[in-house]
Design a protein. Structure first.
Length: 422
């Protein structure tokens, strides 16, 4: 029986070891790469680019002649068979070339080309948003990972203090309420540890959705180093011009201008040439010589001229011009808002750097305070309550520093996105 239990225990260790060693560890660069490769929003954006390219190819094809062919068999009853054969086979081929269409064909080619550029800019914008979301989730995961380590370390300190106070309580040196205070803090620390672990799981799931990772069974490789240097400040005007939003809106204005030209083309005539070849086979179908076959050619010139629509086309052009003007105003407003965003992102980054410096000082002071209180407690000159208070201050200072470092990394990512260098 004992040998069987040992075998089961050994197999369990092998299985658990396989899970641990099989756990994937991902870096920030890997997260970014997987997000660009697997994110569904980016795949959707790429589909939009492909659709725009197909529309452009269709517009280019409009400049070329079209060829259509048809065949049909014909059976006629009285009284038609007195004029035509009872049975006949017929075929036709038509070639049509648009000669002039109010410049709409050329305008459509230019507009669809601009739409390809617009969709590409939209994809670049989506890439920036996906990368920012991925990096934000990544640093949140690192934050919670370090919070788990902190909570476990804090529980260890509370456990040591509780053991000392239990000895003092059993010796009749302190009251039970001193011991209960530590136990209350232990309960809160256990809850914080649970929250950190659950938060880490949820954050990993969110990161999996962004990057296409199959499950949350992976670890993030990053940590918060002490060397967090402030990146250089970018020129605001250049930063705004680098943003994909500006390029996308510029292309949107361009598309609207082409749309107005297309509507203007509706007011102009359309000219097309058409050549049609006909062939028919049937008994004495050729009414000119009585033969059983007939071939003919027909050439057409079609001119379509809009004459009267009670001003509807003119008003559509005017409507489109107003739409274009509104788009231009949106472009100017967006430049102003992005300028504010860039400056705000820089201020937030500086604020995050300052917060790290202050939190480092606070942690150093809290560590010294905890050391002094622990020494005095060991010497019997202060109460366990004083050590507990010092531990609480230390835990808070440590947690605040972790949050500050995570905040700096996220602010840094937001600033890079704001200046168009993401």
């Amino acid at each position: 029986m004992k040998s069987k239990q040992n075998t089961i225990y050994f197999l369990f260790l092998i299985f658990f070891s396989g899970i641990v060693h099989g756990q994937q560890t991902v870096s920030l660069d890997q997260i970014r790469s997987m997000a660009l490769e697997n994110n569904k929003k980016l795949k959707k954006a790429q589909s939009s680019i492909s659709a725009a390219k197909a529309a452009n190819q269709a517009a280019n094809a409009a400049t070329k002649p079209t060829v259509e062919a048809s065949v049909f068999g014909l059976y006629l009853s009285d009284p038609f068979r007195t004029l035509l054969p009872e049975y006949s086979a017929n075929g036709s081929v038509a070639v049509t070339q648009v000669v002039y269409a109010g410049n709409k064909i050329q305008t459509a080619k230019k507009m669809t080309s601009s739409l390809v550029d617009l969709q590409s800019a939209q994809k670049n914008l989506t890439e920036d948003e996906v990368l920012l979301n991925a990096e934000t989730a990544y640093w949140q995961a690192v934050n919670l990972k370090e919070k788990v380590v902190l909570a476990e370390k804090y529980l260890s300190l509370l456990g040591e203090l509780k053991k000392d106070l239990e000895n003092s309580f059993n010796a009749g040196l302190i009251y039970k309420n001193d011991l209960l205070k530590v136990e209350v803090q232990q309960n809160e620390a256990i809850l914080n540890l649970t929250k950190a672990k659950d938060g880490l799981t949820i954050t990993k799931l969110a990161l999996s959705q962004i990057t296409g990772l199959s499950a949350a069974q992976y670890d993030v490789a990053g940590n918060f180093s002490d060397d967090m240097r402030l990146i250089s400040k970018a020129d605001v005007a250049s930063a705004v011009n680098n943003r994909p939003e500006i390029y996308a809106l510029s292309k949107s204005v361009e598309v609207n201008e082409y749309q107005a030209k297309l509507l203007e083309g509706d007011q102009k005539p359309t000219v097309a040439l058409s050549a049609n070849g006909l062939a028919s086979y049937g008994k004495k179908i050729n009414f000119s010589d009585g033969s059983d076959d007939m071939k003919a050619f027909v050439g057409l010139v079609t001119v379509s001229v809009p004459i009267l629509d009670w001003g509807a086309r003119k008003q559509k052009v005017k409507e489109q011009h107003f739409v274009t003007e509104a788009q231009k105003l949106e472009l100017e407003e967006t430049k102003e808002l992005l300028s504010i965003e860039v400056q705000n992102a820089w201020l937030m980054l500086n604020q995050a750097a300052t917060q790290i410096d202050l939190n480092k000082k606070s942690l150093k002071q809290a560590e010294e305070n905890l050391r002094l209180n622990q020494d005095r407690f060991d010497a019997g000159t202060v109460l366990g309550e004083d050590v507990l208070e010092a531990q609480v201050l230390w835990q808070k200072a440590y947690a605040d520093l972790i949050d500050a470092k995570a905040g700096y990394k996220i602010s840094e990512a937001k600033y890079k996105k704001a200046i168009g260098e993401y």
